[in-house]
Write a protein that binds this ligand. Sequence first.
Ligand code: HEM
Length: 140
Amino acid sequence: MYEWIKALHVIAVIAWIAGMLYLPRLFVYHCEAEAGSKQSETFKLMERRLLKAIINPAMIVTWLAGLYLAWAGQFLSAGWFHGKLLLVLLLSGVHGFFSRCVKDFAADRNTRSQKFYRVINEVPTILMVGIVILVVVKPF
Ligand code: HEM
């Protein structure tokens, strides 16, 4: 059972992170499209679908399966697990922020620059590297 849940966890993690890397790329290109243009409306649709159909459900499955693994594997008091939890909470915060950005673009009221989205695009990558090292190497 444990190994099956772990497989589910890793599958959900892949979908979540893939979406979290792709969504800010869409924001970068969306910045170039004029508000009200056909291109801008297409980006709105892509962003909403990516968030609702992939990123949100993948995050929920990742959390549920991850918490089960932590409980069943008795990792709740392990140092590496606390570090991982902190980084995953930060990643969830970035997720919440991206979801606000989708709403802002949908209402044509984005004020953030293309450069801003290029920089924030790197944050999920950095968090993902830290999370994977903590859970696989378990350095403390
Ligand atoms: C959402 C909260 C999360 C919780 C509570 C959680 C918890 C856990 C636990 C307890 C394990 C089992 C470790 C073991 O059997 O040694 C695990 C496995 C794993 N987690 Fe998470 N996790 C979460 C999110 C993530 C995220 C966001 C990533 C990647 C960015 C990730 C990547 C992995 C990987 C790759 C494994 C397999 C490690 C191995 O088998 O050596 N997890 N997770």
